[in-house]
Design a binder for this molecule. Sequence first.
Ligand SMILES: [Zn+2]
Length: 320
Amino acid sequence: MSPTDGSYVVGIDLGGTKILSVCLDAALNVVDRDYRETQADEGPEAVIARMAASARAVTEGRTVRAIGVSAPGPLDLARGVVTKAPNLPGWLEIPLQRRVSELSGLPTWIENDANAGAFAEYRLGAGRGSRHMVLVAIGTGVGGGLILDGRLYHGASGGAGEVGHMVVDPDGAVCGCGRSGCLEAVASGRVLDDAAQRIAAGEPDGILARIARREGDQPDARILDLAANDGDAAAIEALTRAGRFLGAGLTNLVNLLNPDVIAIGGSVRKSEIYVRTAVETMQRDAFRQHSSDVRIVEAELGDEAPAVGAALLAIEKLDA
Ligand SMILES: [Zn+2]
């Protein structure tokens, strides 16, 4: 797609609570966006109709070439099917790609939301100019995506990039996936939330509990970070411990893939102690050459990344 051909591509991000559509012009700028509720309880067909309506809202009067859809996994990319979406009731074996294409009359492709977000970060965010980028997105859970040799890496069935389920502590806490010591089980935002609550309950007059009261907030990862910066020893310990586990995960990624950029996304990236500990652990433990090849940077794109990435991937498919 040349930057001057005057056509547009749409990205739709299907989330458990909201649908976001973005319209990208040929220069890859977001020129329009539409947010609406998913209302997942109404079932797949109603949600898909709402996705199509959202796409129409951003394309009124424009020449649109394709739609990219970002959806929660697992997906069957070859068939364009949502195999199972835990946050969307009734979503089992839903032919999302075909249905969006039928309702919009446009060529449509679907992609896992974490992968789509990683691809957007690679093309337009923290990974610009890199060839081999890993996104590690740390929120309540830990997700991510791999761009290797300039291409989104899918693996055998589209499931690659589950960085949150690298085992970094085989004797560690049990993960939502059933195994012990996944990165997500020992270093996610939820782990830090739990640590904050435990510290507040154990020391009701401690630094952390006082900060939570002052902020009028439940003890969570943000409060934990504030308390650590104010010298709360238990908070520093919790963030350092989680940071070491993230560091073990980064070491694995760096040694295995030799990336030039690892972008860290999600709200938890704002904790300086946590991220610094992780980076120092990786720099100490990874192969020296690998470690000097990689830049660990903050992800730059916000909530729109999956929608934008889905649109960018649709452009690649068109141009393929
Ligand atoms: Zn797991």
